[in-house]
Design a protein around this ligand. Structure first.
Ligand code: F6P
Length: 367
């Protein structure tokens, strides 16, 4: 028997320790490993030699797994470290695989988002290229729900709850003062979180990166609402939202233009434009990192725990080099190379978009 290693990486989600608990429990129950190690701060723990023996923890603290599931933030800590291409610089790879040998690591589970799936894919490719036999499995986690190959990543539902609550709670001031409120929601380059929480929270306008918005259309919606006696407007705006004007620019032109922006984020930029043209007070609310906190939703807890157990199951079934995924509502697996380097965007034909527009929500696009 040899040992296995687990690490967490990227932005946290409140449910992330449930998946760690699932991996530890699954690995112990499999009786395939002597020890389950944890790497502190993702792959950086391997580079810094910071590993801890989690089997020992489970033996010393009988309630360890139960407590772990309830503990907020990432038990093993996180990192945002990206490995270089091994053909250009294989030094970190050689170091990591040397550590695997020192600790007799036979299997490595990495819990994280897009960058983390890129890391495990690179390690897996390197292992194959140099003939190392380390079994690698990716476990998808992100509040953005933007990991290619899985319908759902844990953390997403809990973040929707927080963003929805923010939109709910902003109604009090928006309605009392007849204001336009822009609630800026996380999601990186995608609009999943904004779309779901915007619908759930009752936003009047939803702006997502996948559908560049037209400022005049946003203004028209505000004016139309005013005429209908609806004196306030709530805009749910993804942090990656972009105007149709900016979307026409090349990457280089956009980069140059953004250098001239004086506002800290897209919501402030739009707020300034609307303030000048709307004749209504415009305010911005950004829940920011609060969206990664709070109480994990029940569905996220269950999903995270089950995904951890499924990951351990992949190793038992000798399904290496895969990420656990949800496909048509069921647990499945997908090769890491099909996931790495890709982002799951909201498809403009997504039924949520059609349904939002049927509800009278504007997506900021010209009619
Ligand atoms: O975890 C994903 C995410 O929350 C994105 O929604 C957001 O853009 C990013 O992380 C923020 O990361 P950081 O906390 O490193 O600034």
């Amino acid at each position: 028997m040899r040992n296995c290693l687990v690490a967490q990486s990227g932005g946290p989600t409140v449910a992330i320790n449930s998946s760690l608990a699932g991996v530890i429990q699954g690995a112990i129950d499999s009786k395939k490993f002597d020890k389950v190690y944890g790497s502190l701060n993702g792959v950086q723990g391997l580079l810094n030699g910071c590993l801890m023996d989690l089997t020992e923890k489970v033996e010393q603290v009988p309630m360890f797994i139960e407590l772990l599931k309830k503990s907020p933030s990432m038990y093993l800590g996180s990192c945002r470290y990206q490995l270089p291409d091994y053909t250009e610089d294989d030094a970190p790879y050689a170091y990591i695989f040397n550590k695997f040998e020192t600790y007799e690591i036979d299997a490595f589970f990495y819990i994280g988002g897009n960058d983390s799936m890129d890391t495990v894919d690179k390690l897996n490719t390197y292992a194959k290229a140099v003939g190392k036999d380390v079994k690698i499995v990716g476990i998808p986690k992100t509040i953005d729900n933007d990991i290619e190959g899985t319908e759902m990543s844990f953390g997403f539902q809990s973040a929707i709850d927080v963003a929805t609550r923010t939109i709910d709670e902003i109604h009090t001031t928006a309605a009392s003062h007849s204001r336009v409120f822009i609630v800026e929601i996380m999601g990186h380059k995608t609009g999943w979180l904004t779309l779901h929480s915007g619908i759930a929270g009752g936003a009047d306008i939803i702006l997502i990166p996948e559908i560049p918005y037209n400022v005049n259309e946003v203004l028209n919606t505000i004016k139309k609402r005013e005429k209908q006696g609806k004196k306030f407007t709530i805009i749910a705006m993804a942090e990656g939202a972009i105007s149709d004007e900016d979307a026409k620019l090349s990457k280089k032109e956009l980069k140059e233009k953004r250098k001239t922006y004086i506002f800290p984020s897209v919501a402030y930029q739009l707020s300034d434009e609307l303030q000048k043209k709307a004749g209504q007070e415009v305010r911005v609310t950004i829940p920011g990192h609060v969206q990664r906190g709070g109480i994990p939703s029940a569905s996220d807890r269950t999903l995270a725990t089950r995904i951890g157990v499924e990951a351990a199951g992949l190793i038992l079934r000798k399904d290496y080099g895969n990420m656990v995924c949800i496909k048509e509502g069921k647990f499945s697996k997908i090769p890491l190379e099909e996931v790495a380097g890709k982002t799951k965007m909201v498809n403009v034909d997504n039924e949520l978009i059609r349904q939002a527009e049927s509800l009278g929500i504007s997506l900021g696009r010209k009619a």
